[in-house]
Design a protein around this ligand. Structure first.
Ligand code: FEO
Length: 170
């Protein structure tokens, strides 16, 4: 049985993941306007993954016969003045989401809510990958993004990212 505190945090996470999708859509839009379609594609795929994350929390609550309450999604609030600002905003956001997942995990642990802990295991791993991806992108941008040819090549590489459904199925 999911206890009220864990229920509240799981429900809030639906909103946080949808905000994540909104943030990445905003970043994708920034890069589209800048003429960098590859970067725009990369963040669009990221936005699609975040929507999937929201749906996993939504479905988990429904499967556990817990109510789902949808709240307003905040406006993306990151200030992007140059390309690197967007990349750093992504990493900062993923670190924040990792802290949220950890908070839910800790609350479930306190309740001996093993089912929720098992559900969250996938997200613990996923957040590790998300932070690695965001860090790698910053490193590549630092190494190659400083000149037009390097930026062009990096843009080509990011254009190849394709969406795939999450490996977790509920
Ligand atoms: Fe759903 Fe990127 O955290």
């Amino acid at each position: 049985m999911v206890q009220p505190k864990v229920h509240e945090l799981l429900n809030q996470q639906i909103n946080k993941e949808l905000y994540s999708a909104y943030l990445y859509l905003d970043i994708s839009n920034y890069f589209k306007a800048a003429g960098l379609d590859g970067f725009a594609n990369w963040y669009m795929v990221q936005a699609q993954e975040e929507r999937d994350h929201a749906m996993l929390f939504y479905t988990y609550l429904q499967n556990e016969n817990m109510t789902v309450t949808l709240e307003a999604i905040d406006k993306p609030d990151k200030v992007i003045k140059e390309h690197m600002d967007a990349l750093k905003a992504g990493l900062e956001h993923e670190q924040y989401v990792t802290s949220l997942i950890n908070d839910i995990y800790a609350a479930a642990y306190d309740d001996r809510d093993f089912r929720t802990m098992q559900f969250l295991d996938w997200f613990v791993k996923e957040q590790g990958e998300e932070e690695t991806n965001a860090n790698d992108l910053i490193t590549k941008m630092e190494l190659f993004g400083g000149d037009a040819k390097g930026l062009y090549m990096l843009n080509q590489e990011l254009a190849a990212r394709v969406y795939s459904a999450p490996s977790l199925v509920l």
